[in-house]
Write a protein that binds this ligand. Structure first.
Ligand code: SF4
Length: 419
C-alpha cells in the first residue's frame, strides 16, 4: 500500500504525515489492519527496538475534585464508588512506588486529583519525591497534579521530579464539550510551563469520548506541536456514575488504528498505552505492543488493570522485553535535546536532581488529568478486571461493564498493590 510505505519513510525521517494521511490510517479496513500494524511497527522498532517501558501509578489523592471533566470518576458530583482519600504521606507513597519498581517499573507517576496544586501541595509532593528517590535514585518520577501556577514546575524540578504529565485529552474544538471548569488553553499552558522548567513533558489524549476522526487527528497533531517526550493514549473507561458512562464506542481494531496513527505522527516519542488497555484492546493487547513502546504496570488511578505478572508475561510472550533502569527510553537525538532526561541512563538528568509524570488524571494515567476513567460501581470489589467469564464478543457501542472494576488495592488501601 503506497500510503503505508510513505508513512514508514516519513516516520524513519521524523517527518510528519499530512492530516489526510493520518485520517487515512483511521479509515483503513479490517482487511488492511495487520499491514497498518506492521508498518507502524517498523517505525516503533526503528526508534525504540523491542523495549517496553513500564510505568507505575500512585494516586496520591483520590476523588473529591471540584473540576467537572466528564470522563473522570473523581469529578465534581461523581457517583462512582471509587476510593476517596486525601494526600498519602510520603512514606505511604514511597512504599506504593517501591512495589511498582520491584515489579519492573522504571517510572513512577505521582497523581493527585484537583484543579491544580497549592504551594503547600507542591511541598508535600516534593517530600514524596525525595522519599522515593532516597529509596531508589534511578527511578524516574513524574508528577501529575493538574494545572500549574507560575514557579511550581521549577519547584518540582528542584525537588527531583523528572517529568510532568498533563494531557490535552481531546481536540481544541471539542474541549468545551468535555470540561467546562477549565480550558484547552489552560492545559497547553501547563504543558509549556513543564517544558520551560526543564521537566520532560508528558501529554496525551483520551479516545472513545464520542470524538470524530478529525478530532483525534487534531489532538495528535497538537501534541506533535507541543513536542512532549511521552504521549499516553487513553481509551475511555466509561465509569458508572460519570456523564460518559454510556459511551462505549471503541473496538480493539479502532484502538490499534488510533495507536498506529499516533505512532506515525509522533514517531520518535514514547507512545504509552494508558487507561482502558484491558477494557478495549482486550485480547489484542499484545499486538498493540508493536505500536506503543510503553504501558502502565498493574492498576490505574481508580480502576483495576490486569495483574502485574500478566503484563510481564504478555510482554515476554509477544517477543518484547521490559526496558531496564539503565537504558535510555528516548532515541539519542531526543534525549540529547532534553539534556538527558525523559529517561535517564548515562545521560543523567543531573540538572533535575532526579526526578517522573502524569497527564491530568485520565485514567489512563493519572490526571489527564486524571483519565482513568475511574471506576465502575457495578463490579464487586476484588473481582478484578477481566477475571470473569467473557461475555459474547461485543461490538462498538455495546457496554462491557463486566470488564471494569473499581480499584480496591494498593495506594490508599490496606491491600497490597498490584504490580
Ligand atoms: S481529570 Fe483531574 S481535574 Fe478533571 S475532574 Fe478528574 S481529577 Fe479533577
Amino acid at each position: 500500500m503506497d500510503l503505508l510505505n510513505t508513512l514508514v519513510d516519513k516516520g524513519l525521517r521524523r517527518e510528519s504525515p499530512t492530516r489526510e494521511e493520518a485520517l487515512a490510517v483511521l479509515a483503513t479496513s479490517d482487511d488492511d489492519l495487520l499491514d497498518v500494524v506492521a508498518a507502524a511497527g517498523k517505525v516503533r522498532r526503528h526508534w525504540f527496538g523491542r523495549r517496553v517501558k513500564l510505568n507505575y501509578l500512585v494516586n496520591l489523592k483520590s476523588g473529591l475534585c471540584p473540576e467537572d471533566c466528564s470522563y473522570c470518576s473523581q469529578r465534581l458530583g461523581s457517583k462512582a464508588e471509587i476510593l476517596k482519600y486525601t494526600w498519602l504521606k510520603p512514606d505511604q507513597a514511597s512504599q506504593a512506588a517501591a512495589a511498582g519498581v520491584a515489579g519492573g517499573a522504571k517510572r513512577v507517576c505521582l497523581v493527585a486529583s484537583g484543579r491544580g496544586p497549592t504551594d503547600r501541595d507542591v511541598d508535600r509532593v516534593s517530600d514524596t519525591i525525595k522519599a522515593i528517590k532516597d529509596q531508589n535514585e534511578a527511578v524516574e518520577v513524574c508528577a501529575c497534579l493538574g494545572l500549574l501556577s507560575d514557579g511550581q514546575a521549577e519547584r518540582l524540578r528542584e525537588a527531583g521530579a523528572d517529568a510532568y504529565n498533563h494531557n490535552l485529552n481531546t481536540s481544541e474544538a471539542t474541549y468545551g464539550d468535555i470540561t467546562t471548569t477549565h480550558t484547552y488553553a489552560d492545559r497547553v499552558d501547563t504543558v509549556n510551563k513543564a517544558h520551560a522548567a526543564g521537566l520532560s513533558a508528558c501529554s496525551g489524549l483520551i479516545a472513545g469520548m464520542g470524538e470524530s476522526d478529525e478530532d483525534l487527528v487534531d489532538v495528535v497533531f497538537s501534541l506533535r506541536e507541543l513536542d512532549p517526550d511521552s504521549v499516553p493514549v487513553n481509551f475511555l473507561i466509561p465509569m458508572e456514575g460519570t456523564p460518559l458512562a454510556k459511551e462505549w464506542h471503541l473496538t480493539p481494531q479502532r484502538c490499534l488504528r488510533i495507536l498506529a496513527m499516533t505512532r506515525f505522527v509522533c514517531p520518535d516519542v514514547e507512545v504509552r498505552i494508558a487507561g482502558g488497555r484491558e477494557v478495549h484492546l482486550r485480547t489484542m493487547q499484545p499486538l498493540a505492543l508493536n505500536l506503543a513502546n510503553s504501558i502502565f504496570l498493574g492498576d490505574y488511578l481508580t480502576s483495576e488493570g490486569q495483574a502485574g505478572h500478566a503484563d510481564l508475561e504478555m510482554i515476554a510472550d509477544a517477543g518484547f522485553e521490559v526496558e531496564g533502569a539503565g537504558e535510555v527510553t528516548l532515541p539519542e537525538h531526543r534525549a540529547a535535546e532534553r539534556g538527558g532526561c525523559g529517561s535517564h541512563a548515562g545521560g543523567s538528568c543531573g540538572s533535575h536532581a532526579d526526578g517522573g509524570a502524569c497527564g491530568s488524571h485520565a485514567e489512563g494515567e493519572g490526571c489527564g488529568s486524571h483519565a482513568d476513567g475511574g471506576v465502575c460501581g457495578s463490579v464487586p470489589a476484588g473481582a478484578g478486571r477481566g477475571t470473569g467469564a467473557p461475555a459474547e464478543p461485543a461490538a462498538a457501542g455495546e457496554a462491557r461493564t463486566d470488564l471494569v472494576a473499581v480499584r480496591r488495592r494498593g495506594a490508599g488501601t490496606d491491600l497490597a498493590p498490584n504490580a
